[in-house]
Write a protein that binds this ligand. Structure first.
Ligand code: 26M
Length: 801
């Protein structure tokens, strides 16, 4: 579909190179990698803008406005070259000058405009929508500082520094001054009619649009539109003369601060006013922008839901609902009924978490102060809901049902409730999660709003997570699969017939081995550890959170270490444990776990008895580009959250597709991965959602596990007695106390089962042929976890006209 041919692209590259070098009085051979990067980025961008198609037609679908506070897009250039189908040509071209494209692409700084799974999912979905020509626009924030950079100090603690990604991000973002918006805050409201009010904000902040083109694979380009806060006037002269200088200045500071930094929390809400302001700013700019486009095409407001859908990526953009209502009521003078008819057919909400601490609730006083008109609208939505709940539930049921469904409760605005009430569709992100959304989170809503609840299992883009991250595997697939698997990942099923073909087996094994070698070099470069490439590469890469249970992994490592020390002659399959991930800066327990892993790694890696047997590599500053290096080299994928806590997971899909064996609990998408891969090609352990319930009902006593399991006891004691903290018996006391006395995420209850599962992994690995067969079957059978499939599910279940 792209109108550019490889030959014409390469001709223009050659011409531009001459000019680029002439301007700098330099020969091409002398260009640094940085200069090569800048040069290629420039060529690819002008080609994309001028030649790559935009505006796909609306056929049986609405245009998607994907509202997300996070887009974890990762590096763009390699991806764009691939989408233009010129990657190989450019690689050959730079080779003529003694350069390697992979090294050149390393020059790009990752834009880390997200925390973890939710932000990365948004990026995969933009890629899939552009590749499938699903009309879409991504709306987000142009943070000056992305997610912090992570470092470790001498004692293994996480330190954070700012990520001013934009300073040396070479790819252009297109400033669109014509799309700027004004966003009001605070002030007063006056009633005009029953439905219409006049809001006079106390101050306004300007929103400036920056577009990043998202280039689909053999598809179209569509914008990711990021809003930045800006204040037009450096200070208000009139107020300055009135002696209100400080007040005037505070608004300037607010504007400048507004999009300064991405909040580094993941699955945890902090009730900060600035965060609420960011959320409203994001919604107000995006809703105004989409309405501008809709009306500019000569369409009416009543037609809005026919042409546009707003997909809310969790509750972070929930204020888009009262914002659209406000505009329809106060600016376009529609009646409440008309406005609600439009709004309630426009929004769809995706829930990404069941964790109570992550469900957003805002103090009603704060919302009323900052957004007085929106508060009135939310109150009205709540009143209308009350009538519905009274009608549906009998007197006995009512109180419970209202406690669950009310938007306003105990002086809080419950954003998930606002989203469920204000949307025509609500979905969870994996089968088991979507069931729990209905059964545990919103049972009364499910009764009230029949047909509103859906499942769309998450997916990942095969362009980035196979073709780009794992070029040798991509070549193997190209050579053995009929049709373009990059666009239709279900085609991977053709590999089923090849898993017993010795040539194919050898090729597949060699790829894994060479990827392990590549990662080994990265590990040595990054942390100076020389690793054994024949060891099992056992990988846990994700945000640090107690529910994800990195400390369960750690306890097994300690137990294994103590066992090997006591039994040096023991038959042991060498193992390299690889960790990467960040903790929210204010999350004390997660930071303890990070420090404990670093402490254990130091002791084990420096113990001569462990050389080549047992090693632990904790790579700092986990980010998309690091994930691209780790995932293709993994043998084992650790997905060990407590059942019922991980909504889906997406790293699990990337790892399994790249031939890692999942070692996991029956949680999130692991359940579906196990079904598709076949139970014999994964290793499942631990409590289930149901048995966790029973465990809690009986009264869970973690200490009893400690007392009854000697290996567990020795491992915890080793943490407590300073073995991994230079003799400091206090360093990990909070972690140890927590495990022994509360252990909300049932680490101790799953320890024995996890340890057995780990032994099973080692046993299976001894039979290399059988192991590879399982790995190949994972690749062959998991094509369904492409984000293209997820987008098609959204199209047929949710976005359909
Ligand atoms: C909320 C309020 C204030 C500040 C930050 C937040 C916040 C930010 C990110 C809350 C949650 C955030 O992310 C949650 C998340 O990443 N959830 C993950 O979503 C993935 C995609 O669906 C799933 O695969 C993961 O299981 C789920 O944990």
């Amino acid at each position: 579909m792209p109108t550019i041919s490889n030959a014409s692209f390469m001709t223009s590259v050659e011409q531009e190179l001459n000019q680029y070098c002439q301007e700098r009085f330099i020969a091409p051979e002398q260009l640094s990698n940085t200069q090569w990067f800048q040069f290629i980025a420039k060529c690819s961008q002008s080609t994309i803008l001028q030649n790559f198609p935009t505006n796909p037609p609306l056929v049986n679908t609405r245009r998607v406005n994907y509202l997300s506070m996070e887009f974890l897009i990762g590096r763009l250039l390699g991806n764009n070259l691939m989408s233009l189908s010129v990657y190989q040509d450019v690689d050959n071209f730079v080779a003529k000058y003694g350069k390697n494209l992979v090294d050149i692409l390393e020059e790009e700084r990752d834009p880390s405009l997200g925390n973890g799974g939710l932000g990365r999912l948004a990026a995969c979905y933009l890629d899939s929508m552009a590749s499938l020509s699903q009309p879409a626009i991504g709306y987000g924030l142009h943070y000056q500082y992305g997610l912090f950079k992570q470092h470790f100090n001498e004692s293994g603690e996480q330190l954070e520094t700012g990520d001013s990604w934009n300073r040396d991000f070479y790819l252009q973002q297109y400033h669109r001054p014509d799309f700027q918006q004004k966003v009001g805050f605070g002030g007063t409201v006056a009633q005009i009619t029953d439905d219409q009010y006049d809001w006079q904000p106390a101050w306004t902040i300007q929103g400036e649009a920056f577009d990043l083109p998202v280039v689909g694979y053999k598809g179209v380009q569509q914008p990711l539109r990021l809003w930045q806060g800006y204040s037009e006037t450096s200070f208000d002269l009139a107020q300055f003369n009135d002696g209100q200088y400080l007040q005037a200045e505070s608004h300037v500071i607010d504007a400048a601060k507004l999009t300064k930094v991405l909040y580094p929390n993941d699955n945890h809400q902090e009730g900060k006013a600035l965060r609420l302001m960011q959320q409203y700013f994001h919604c107000a700019c995006s809703i105004a922008d989409l309405l501008r486009q809709h009306l500019a095409q000569g369409r009416t407001l009543m037609e809005l839901p026919e042409f546009e859908v707003v997909q809310l990526n969790d509750t972070h953009p929930a204020l888009a609902i009262p914002e659209l209502m406000r505009i329809l009521l106060d600016q376009h003078h529609l009646s409440w009924e008309q406005a609600w008819a439009i709004s309630s057919k426009t929004f769809a909400y995706t829930n990404h978490t069941l964790l109570p601490e992550a469900l957003e609730q805002w103090e009603d006083g704060l919302v009323a102060q900052l957004l007085p008109r929106h508060m009135l609208i939310i109150e009205r939505i709540d009143r209308e809901l009350l009538a519905k709940v009274r009608a549906e539930f009998n007197d006995e049921e009512f109180e419970q049902a209202w406690r669950e469904t009310a938007i306003l409760m105990d002086h809080r605005v419950r954003m998930a409730n606002l989203c469920v009430v204000g949307s025509f569709a609500v979905n969870g992100v994996a089968q088991i999660h979507s069931e729990l959304v209905v059964s545990d989170l919103f049972p009364s809503y499910a009764r009230l709003f029949k047909g509103r609840f859906h499942n769309v299992t998450n997916g990942v883009t095969p362009r980035r997570w196979i073709r780009q991250a794992n070029p040798p595997l991509a070549r193997l697939l190209d050579n053995h699969i009929d049709g373009d698997w990059t666009k239709d990942l279900a085609l991977l099923s053709q590999l089923e017939n090849l898993v017993d073909d010795p040539h194919f087996q050898t090729a597949y094994q060699e790829i894994k081995q060479s990827n392990k070698q590549v990662l080994a070099d990265v590990i040595e470069q990054e942390i100076g550890l020389k690793v054994n490439c024949n060891a099992i590469f056992d990988v846990q890469i994700k945000r640090f959170h107690e529910y994800k249970r990195q400390h369960l992994n750690l306890l097994n490592i300690i137990a294994t270490y103590l066992d090997l020390k006591a039994n040096p002659q023991k038959d042991f399959v060498p193992r390299l444990f690889i960790f990467a991930g960040k903790a929210a800066p204010g999350y004390f327990m997660a930071k303890q776990i990070i420090q404990a892993i670093n402490g254990v790694a130091k002791v084990i890696n420096n113990d001569p008895d462990m050389q080549g047997k047992l090693q632990v590599a904790f790579l700092p500053d986990y980010r998309v580009s690091l994930a691209e290096k780790i995932i293709p080299a993994a043998d084992v994928s650790e997905q060990i959250s407590l059942a019922g806590k991980e909504a889906s997971g997406t790293g699990n899909m990337k790892l399994a597709l790249n031939g890692a064996i999942t070692l996991g609990t029956l949680d999130g998408a692991n359940v579906e991965i196990a079904e598709f891969a076949g139970k014999e090609n994964v290793v499942i352990f631990g409590h289930t959602v149901e048995s966790v319930r029973q465990l809690r009902e009986q009264g869970y006593v973690p200490r009893s596990y400690y007392e009854q399991d000697e290996q567990l006891r020795n491992a915890i004691d080793a943490l407590a007695n300073g073995m991994f903290s230079d003799g400091d018996t206090q360093r990990f006391s909070a972690l140890v106390d927590n495990l022994l006395n509360s252990d909300y995420f049932c680490v101790l209850a799953d320890f024995a089962s996890y340890r057995e599962a780990q032994q099973e992994i080692a046993e299976r690995y001894k039979d290399q042929a059988a192991w590879s067969r399982s790995a190949m079957l994972n690749t062959a059978r998991l094509g369904t976890f492409s984000s293209d499939r997820s987008i098609r599910d959204y199209q047929t279940r949710i976005w359909k006209k």
